[in-house]
Design a protein around this ligand. Sequence first.
Ligand code: ADP
Ligand code: ADP
Length: 230
Amino acid sequence: TPVILFQNVSKEYQKGTHAINNISFEIRKGEFVFIVGPSGSGKSTLIKLMLREIKPTNGRIFIAGRELSRLKRWQVCKYRRTIGVVFQDFRLLPDRTVFENVAFAQRVIEAPAREIRRQTPKMLSIVGLSEKHKSYPKELSGGEQQRVALARSLVNNPVMLLADEPTGNLDPKNSWEIMHLLEEVNKRGTTVVVVTHNREIVDAMQKRVITMKNGVLISDDKKGGYAHAK
Ligand code: ADP
Ligand code: ADP
């Protein structure tokens, strides 16, 4: 079973206008995929559909074999905890330390304290932030904050990592650091999906690239670049 399967998925926020129009694709375990396309092409809608924040108007979405529209409310909460998510604006808890931000994700799923004491330092070490575990988000650079967000998103060993413009607020050096970490994470086996506008990174990394335009999937290249997205 693919990790992500879209079957003829459409989304109309208002009747008659398609944000997503009859999209089908699959992403298999262990893939690294960029989703690119101009503003308004439907990328955020794809992410919201995958997180089951919204339901498709037509078609079916399966994540790890489960059809999202069929999940009951309590199952939706449980489902979301199996996905790692990283956003452009980091979304850390401002009044908690770096350690607590990462530990919090584990407390939510009621991980045992022993597990939290073991996993949190391990994840902070992977993202290179062991020294900053006592810092608060406002004391960190943007790149460091995003690395905390990444550690938090990975600590519960998600079936996939969704990154929505993860480098949107970062300078080129920090952007590359985050991308290299995502590549690392992918090499360790996690399926990674990255929505981005960062043409330079997409072109350099030579990963699978899905290109959206006006709600339609216009290309899906195994080792693509940003070329079609304009
Ligand atoms: P992108 O992320 O590529 O910029 P979006 O998925 O945000 O694209 O938007 C796709 C289309 O859907 C756009 O035309 C946008 O205006 C429309 N859209 C997005 N969200 C909503 C909403 N909540 N209500 C109505 N229209 C929306
Ligand atoms: P410059 O041309 O200024 O040396 P590059 O674009 O070659 O810059 O590289 C900038 C950063 O991007 C470096 O840290 C490099 O390791 C990284 N980088 C370059 N190509 C790739 C790639 N294909 N995959 C991952 N990282 C890359």
